[in-house]
Design a binder for this molecule. Structure first.
Ligand code: HEC
Length: 205
């Protein structure tokens, strides 16, 4: 056998016998990526106030649900939250104060949530439709113009046939803002030259 090979074998056997002597350490093993492994633990906070018997906690301004008013929690205003009278009939007019601010909010929300299908004019030629989704009716159709505000609110909240529901994504106030904006679109789309102030008519080509 080759002399060098014998030397190598002896070295390997020697190292194996002397290298591992069962040495134990009391120190913790090397921990290359400590992350948060050794931070002090914090127990979850307990609510210092006990809820009085016979009452329901409904959140506060710090609540992550975003509920700030008792009425928002109870949702017992049928007209605002369901768009319906106590009799069950749809409300004729949106139960909100119509301001230009709310209309602009409605425009913004409509363009975010509805225009993908209904397009920004409400004609129903949105991008989703151009990719093969069931086409919606023109929102300026007389059938939809004649609907009560509460019915439009209900359509946004619960969807209708192939249209999905938006109650989870759009809160009530914004749904009413959208209803108002749909009304504005209908008026604009169905407007005639008679609706334009005389002095401005020449601007229209
Ligand atoms: C994913 C596409 C899509 C989106 C987004 C969408 N709609 Fe629709 N919408 C439809 C379709 C499709 C119909 C027709 C439903 C049917 O008749 O099957 C429809 C119908 C309607 C109608 C008429 C209902 C009827 O009785 O004929 C109204 C009003 C309406 N949508 C309003 C809205 C408003 C307001 C929004 C935004 C909050 C919205 N839609 C968002 C697809 C959509």
């Amino acid at each position: 056998m080759n002399k060098n090979l014998i030397l190598v074998c002896v070295a390997i056997v020697g190292l194996t016998l002397t290298g591992c002597r069962g040495y134990r350490s009391e120190k913790p093993p090397i921990h290359p990526n400590p992350n948060f492994d050794w931070q002090s633990k914090v127990k979850p906070q307990r609510d210092p106030l006990t809820v009085p018997e016979g009452t329901v906690a409904w959140g506060d301004s710090q609540s992550f649900t975003g509920i700030h008013k008792r009425s928002e929690f109870l949702k017992d205003d049928n007209r605002f939250y369901q768009g319906k009278e106590t009799s069950g009939a749809f409300v004729a007019k949106a139960p909100v104060a119509v301001t230009s601010e709310l209309l602009l909010r409605g425009q913004e929300r409509f363009n975010i949530y509805c225009a993908v299908c209904h397009d920004q004019t409400g004609a129903g030629k949105g991008l989703v439709i151009s990719r093969g989704f069931a086409p919606p009716p023109d929102l300026a159709d007389s059938r939809i113009v004649d609907m009560k505000d509460g019915e439009l609110f209900g359509i946004i909240s619960h969807g209708v046939r192939s249209m999905p529901a938006y109650a989870k994504q759009i809160r009530e106030e914004d749904r009413w803002a959208i209803v108002l904006y749909v009304r504005a679109l209908q008026q604009a789309r169905n407007a005639t030259i008679e609706n334009v102030p005389v002095g401005l008519r020449s601007n229209i080509k």
